[in-house]
Design a protein around this ligand. Structure first.
Ligand SMILES: [Zn+2]
Length: 204
């Protein structure tokens, strides 16, 4: 965890492996490991947005709107940050690219690697407007991003008609248990609102 991040207002939950449930198991941040040992349950931090995280998540949300307005794709955005500088700001390009894998996070990872001229992003963080799907979560793991911050739950996208197979990225991918990825679910209603606000304005 970064030294400049406050822990006030944050609560820690433990995701129960193999079950789609989250229980409030731990409220003492000091005792929650940021890098869980292999084989331990995944730990996701649920946090009230601090200024930095809120600003960067808002940028990802803005990208989600831009992507729909441009007719590029569906309402999802992602931003990759390297040492407090935005490297790339991307949105879903599935429609314009005729590429079902052109999710915002995939585009962002590809573009960031190109821009930084490296095949890993271990010094970078990714901000996603919505919880990553299993494909994107796998790519986040492969690229060794050190931190994932997301806004909306996948269920918010499913509620307006997206396939339910986009869910369970964070819960369902076993590789998480062997990674040092820090995962933060921000309490940000702007991210949830994207789906209702763009409903009917894009092609599934
Ligand atoms: Zn995805």
């Amino acid at each position: 965890m970064r030294a400049d991040e406050g822990t006030i207002g944050k609560e820690h939950y433990k995701m129960m492996t193999g079950e789609n449930t989250i229980t409030d198991s731990q409220k003492d941040s000091a005792s929650v490991p940021s890098a869980p040992d292999p084989g331990h349950d995944a730990t996701v931090e649920f946090a009230a947005a601090n200024d930095r995280d809120h600003k960067l998540l808002a940028q990802a949300v803005e990208e989600a709107y831009i992507g729909v307005e441009c007719g590029h794709g569906r309402p999802f955005g992602a931003v990759i940050v390297h040492k407090d500088e935005i490297v790339v700001s991307c949105h879903n390009m599935v429609v314009i690219n005729k590429d079902p894998t052109a999710h915002a996070e995939m585009i962002a990872i590809r573009e960031a690697c190109k821009k930084l001229n490296q095949i890993t992003l271990s010094e970078c963080e990714i901000y996603a407007s919505c919880e990553p799907c299993p494909m994107c979560f796998g790519a986040i793991h492969l690229s060794r991003l050190k931190r994932l911050v997301y806004g909306a739950k996948a269920e918010a996208a499913i509620a307006i008609g997206f396939n339910s197979n986009i869910a369970d990225g964070v819960l369902g991918i076993g590789c998480y248990h062997n990674s040092n990825l820090e995962i933060i679910k921000l309490d940000a209603t702007i991210a949830e609102q994207v789906f209702q606000n763009t409903k009917g304005k894009f092609t599934y």
